[in-house]
Design a protein around this ligand. Structure first.
Ligand SMILES: Cc1ncc(COP(=O)(O)O)c(C=O)c1O
Length: 430
C-alpha cells in the first residue's frame, strides 16, 4: 500500500479523479478478485474477508456454481421484462416453500431500498393509511421512502422535508439503553414507551411497523430475546402491518436460513436482499395474497426486477446453501468465532462489547469501559491496521465505533484462527 508506484495507488488516483467522495469510507485497497472467504487486491496481496462485501457474499466469493449458473443464463436470456420465465417462477416457488405458509406471494426487485420502498407503497394501498412506526438507528435504504423512516441522523439530515408519516421510536440498544436500564430486569419496558410514543404522536392513520431483526448499519445491535415477538404481538393488537426487513439478515447469516426463525416471527411483509443473490443484484418483497391483491396490474414492477440472470443466480445460491450446509456452518463457526472474540474482549480494554448471532457480529470500541465513551478513532485505526495485516474489515455504527464481523458463510475454522490472530496482534500494538 505504501509503494507509490503500486497498481493500488494508480487506481486510487483514478478514483480520486473520476469518482465523487460520497461513497462510504474504506481502507485504501483496490479489490481485484476473491474466492471463498479470501480477497486479492490489484497488487496480489491477499486478505481474509470479514465483510462479505457488505453482507452480500454469503456463499463465498466467486462460487464456481454461482458463476456457472450466471454464465449459462447470460447466453440464454437476459431480460424479458415482466413475462414469466422458468428461473423467476422456480425461484418464487423455492422462496415461498421455504418460508412460513402464510407468506405465499413474492415479487422481485433489484435492491433492498427498492424492496423497502415497494413495501411502503404496498401498505399504504392496503391500509389506506400512511403512518409507519420505525426505529432509532433503523436503516432500510437510500431511496426517499426508506430514508424517511431511518433513525440515523446522517441519513436524514439536509434532506427534508422527508416523506411524511414516520413515527420514530427507540430500538433496544441494550449496551447503551436509552432508559439506563438492564435486561432482563427491565422487563422490556421499552415496549411500553413505544406504545405511549405512538399513542401520542399518531394522527390516527397508523399503517405499519417496520423493523430489522438486528440493526446492521446502526452498529450490529441485537435486540434482547423476546423483544421482536412482543413487538409483533403489539403490532397485531394495533392492527398494524408487520414488516420485517431481513435484507441483510437472512440466507443463513444469523445461523438460521431466515432471521424470523429465532423467535417464530410471522411478518405480514418480509424484505429480502443482499445474500439472496450473493453478489448477483436481486431483492424481494414476500407477503400474503390477501395484502398484495389490493394492487392492480401494473402498479408494482420494474425493468430489472426478477430478470432471469439474477433469478438463475439466486437459484444457484439456494442450492449451494443447502448442499454445502451453510446455515449449519454459520451457526457452528459463528459460535466458534464469537467465543474467540469474547476472549479478545477479556484481554483488550478498548473492546466495550462483542455481540452477534451466527456469522454476523459487531465489536464496539470504547475509550473507557466504565463510561462507554465511543472510540471511533480507535475503530478506524484498528480497521486500517487489520487491513495492512491481511484482514479485510470495515467499521460503521451511529457512533462510527463498531467493527463489522461478517465473513462469507464458507469461512473455515482455520481462517477464523488466522484472522483472530491478526486482530489480536493489532489490538496488542495499539
Ligand atoms: C436492513 C437493510 N435494509 C435495506 C437496505 C438497502 O439495501 P440496498 O443497499 O440493496 O438498497 C440495507 C442495506 O444495507 C439494509 O441493511
Amino acid at each position: 500500500m505504501s509503494n507509490p508506484c503500486s497498481k493500488t495507488n494508480e487506481f486510487l488516483e483514478m478514483s480520486r479523479k473520476y469518482e465523487p467522495g460520497c461513497m462510504n469510507w474504506q481502507a485504501p485497497v483496490v479489490w481485484d478478485h476473491a474466492r471463498g472467504a479470501e480477497i486479492w487486491d490489484v497488487d496480489g496481496k491477499s486478505y481474509i474477508d470479514w465483510t462479505s462485501g457488505v453482507l452480500v457474499a454469503n456463499v463465498g466469493h466467486a462460487h464456481p456454481r454461482l458463476a456457472e449458473a450466471v454464465g449459462v443464463q447470460a447466453s440464454r436470456l437476459l431480460n424479458p421484462f415482466d413475462f414469466p420465465t422458468p428461473e423467476r417462477l422456480r425461484l418464487a416457488q423455492k422462496i415461498v416453500e421455504s418460508l412460513p405458509a402464510h407468506l405465499d406471494k413474492v415479487i422481485f426487485v433489484t435492491t433492498g431500498s427498492e424492496a423497502a420502498d415497494a413495501a411502503l407503497r404496498l401498505v399504504k394501498r392496503y391500509t389506506n393509511k400512511y403512518e409507519i412506526v420505525s426505529f432509532w438507528g433503523g436503516f432500510h435504504g437510500r431511496t426517499f421512502g426508506p430514508m424517511s423512516l431511518s433513525g440515523i441522523p446522517k441519513i436524514r439530515r439536509n434532506y427534508g422535508p422527508l416523506v411524511p408519516g414516520a413515527i420514530l421510536v427507540p430500538y433496544p440498544y441494550c449496551y447503551r439503553c436509552p432508559f439506563g436500564k438492564t435486561h432482563p430486569e427491565c422487563g422490556l419496558s421499552c415496549l411500553d414507551f413505544i406504545d405511549e410514543s405512538v399513542r401520542i404522536q399518531s394522527s390516527g392513520s397508523l399503517a405499519a411497523v417496520i423493523v430489522e431483526p438486528y440493526q446492521g448499519t446502526a452498529g450490529f445491535i441485537f435486540p434482547p430475546p423476546g423483544f421482536l415477538k412482543k413487538l409483533e404481538t403489539w403490532a397485531r393488537k394495533k392492527g398494524l402491518v408487520f414488516i420485517l426487513d431481513e435484507v441483510q439478515a437472512s440466507y443463513g447469516r444469523t445461523g438460521t436460513m431466515w432471521a424470523l426463525e429465532h423467535e417464530g416471527l410471522e411478518p405480514d411483509v418480509l424484505l429480502l436482499g443482499k445474500g439472496i443473490g450473493s453478489g448477483v443484484p436481486i431483492a424481494a418483497v414476500v407477503t400474503r395474497s390477501e395484502i398484495i391483491s389490493c394492487l392492480e396490474s401494473g402498479e408494482l414492477s420494474s425493468t430489472m426486477g426478477g430478470n432471469p440472470l439474477s433469478c438463475a443466480g439466486a437459484l444457484a445460491v439456494f442450492d449451494i446453501i443447502e448442499t454445502e450446509g451453510l446455515v449449519e456452518k454459520a451457526a457452528k463457526n459463528g459460535a466458534y468465532l464469537k467465543e474467540k472474540l469474547l476472549g479478545l474482549a477479556a484481554k483488550h480494554a478498548v473492546i466495550g462489547d462483542v455481540r452477534g448471532l451466527g456469522l454476523v457480529m459487531g465489536i464496539e470500541f470504547v475509550k473507557d469501559r466504565a463510561t462507554k465513551a465511543p472510540a471511533p478513532d480507535v475503530a478506524k485505526q484498528v480497521v486500517l491496521r487489520c487491513v495492512e495485516n491481511g484482514l479485510m474489515v470495515g467499521k460503521l455504527g451511529t457512533h462510527g465505533n463498531v467493527m463489522r464481523v461478517a465473513p462469507p458463510l464458507v469461512i473455515t475454522p482455520e481462517l477464523i484462527d488466522r484472522s483472530v490472530s491478526i486482530l489480536d496482534k493489532v489490538l496488542s500494538g495499539l
